[in-house]
Ligand binder design. Sequence first.
Ligand code: UN1
Length: 516
Amino acid sequence: TATTTAGLADRTSELLRSLGAEPLLPSAPNSGEARAARSPVTGETLGLVPVTVTAEEAVTAAASAFAEWSTVPAPVRGAVVRELGELLREHKSALGELVSIEAGKIVSEGLGEVQEMIDICDFGVGLSRQLHGSTIATERPGHRMMEQWHPLGVVAVITAFNFPVAVWSWNTVLALVAGDTVVWKPSEKTPVTAIAVQALADEAARRAGVDLPVTQLVLGERDAGEALVDDLRVALVSATGSTRMGREVAPRVAARFGRVLLELGGNNAAIVCPSADLDLTVRGIVFSAVGTAGQRCTSLRRAIVHESVADDLVDRLAAAYATLPIGSPLDPDTLVGPLIDEDAYTAFAAALDEARADGGIVVTGGERVDGPGVGSADGAAGGVYVRPAVVRMPAQTAVMRRETFGPILYVVTYTDLGDAIAVHNDVPQGLSSSIFTTDLREAERFLSPSGSDCGIANVNIGPSGAEIGGAFGGEKETGGGRESGSDAWKAYMRRTTNTVNYSSELPLAQGVTFGS
Ligand code: UN1
């Protein structure tokens, strides 16, 4: 409705100020090169994004800060992360609202994203007193062998629009605790939340008494990202985004022997077995397929359903989809917010056309609907709103093997679980997956080496909405990286193996003798 979205530009400035950041520059006709920030809620311009440092300048500062930061004891480094966590708690509602305004997430998901940041900060503070290496048995008497983990260097963090702040935090928190310094290049579509988060990170460092540019923000286009990718001083490029982007980034970083951590496309499925609890399954599917308007890398895109329950499940899904409130994500009752932009709609519509041409039947949804801001006084073009679609497909055709970043759920049926798992794995991506069953054998088979080939495999919950405590990422075209919890921190450090001789002899390994 118009009332909940009136004055998004003013509201954005207000929120930025409350977060300790400079407001955007007002839009002016002669603004030259400056880029406009835009809200997908109404399509309106939020203001002009100020020019920040260049990638080159940021890396120079980050490299010199690293020399000092890497010598600060890890538990002391953790203090910055603790302060960041406190600031995020304090400003959760403001930052969550900004995420809703700029990325179009519904209120609960905007807040949830900030909570995910708080959670990784808590994890990082604990981690700052861990970062443990092993002591390993050595074959030589009077010797000790161990490994240590040392800071790696400058980390470039390249993030996508759909998790404009949480993905930065998974990377940055681990990198800071690891003793690295960070240069962040956010999506061109979400500069405002990045400005806000950078202000909080600066304040956290100040509160922790750290006077070094340990985290920096580079706002720019593709060339800024390329500069980071090609800079020899950048030890690790952690990039989240499309498989197409990863395909360009990975070989360029490899050519200079840098490291990459890639978190690329997903094409996540749910297998629904005859014994599934269908009430729970419907809720799990709807959240994963429709949440964030299908724009998570973990969104559910394919349901592989046993033929005996397929009609019943699809009926229930259609009924649930019919009641979904679509509209302004700032309205607390909304469950489906906008797509990020017009290009996203083009991809959504093209995928549905292709599915129909393949013999798919759109059971529900697929239409474009008016959102808030259409025809409003400020002349905003309006956001891009669609009804989430469920499409029954005769088989897993090409369109299903592609990631379309929008709320389309394809449904195919199966007879034999082995075939279902084969269909499940027969896509180029390998991020997240799920099975709905109450049969222990089916569940364990799905989690076994001959089950799901994804980095994340769940039972009786959908593929999206992972907690930060686990390692996050996937295989194949998803890129192989792991971020966030478990031992993902190791990607941000370098391992050194040390052998210490505390004897007065010099025995050589492998029994080699050399002279006397
Ligand atoms: C993403 O879409 O890039 O598991 C990340 C989830 C979220 C993160 C998604 N915790 O759905």
